[in-house]
Design a protein around this ligand. Structure first.
Ligand SMILES: [Fe+2]
Ligand SMILES: [Fe+2]
Length: 135
């Protein structure tokens, strides 16, 4: 391991620096969002940080997909499908965030929790397999 990971739980380290460092950045954003909600930050700031998270998720998915394409990864289709289903659900959450009267902060926590727990499962299975194949 050549890079320093500060936020990613150890059991989720897949052993591929490029992927691990992006996962670490995602976990950093989860923390940032929890803190922002706890500190009662302005809703517009929360809005920015949640957008950043969503953008980073799709940036990361694209990078992994490019990598899989480049190496001719046999499970590309299946892996990509999971990314796509997940992205769709995130956008559903985002539209809730924009349109309903529900507490905006509660929705932010929901989105954050949803992405985080989804990622934990996805990394432990799909990304771990991809990293194994890359070795
Ligand atoms: Fe990933
Ligand atoms: Fe993935």
């Amino acid at each position: 391991m050549t890079i320093k990971l500060k936020y990613l739980p150890e059991k989720l380290i897949v052993g591929h620096d490029y992927i691990d460092s992006q996962h670490d950045a995602l976990f950093r954003l989860f923390d940032k969002i929890y803190n922002a909600v706890e500190n009662d930050d302005d809703l517009s700031d929360l809005d920015k940080v949640i957008k950043k998270l969503v953008d980073y998720v799709s940036f990361h998915f694209k990078n992994e997909e490019k990598l899989m394409l480049k190496i001719g990864y046999p499970n590309l289709k299946e892996h990509k499908k999971e990314h796509r289903i997940m992205t769709r659900r995130v956008y559903e959450y985002l539209s809730r965030f924009k349109s309903e009267n529900e507490s905006q902060r509660a929705i932010i926590i929901d989105i954050n929790d949803f992405i985080k727990s989804w990622l934990i499962e996805h990394i432990a299975d799909k990304d771990m397999n991809l990293a194994e194949y890359l070795k």
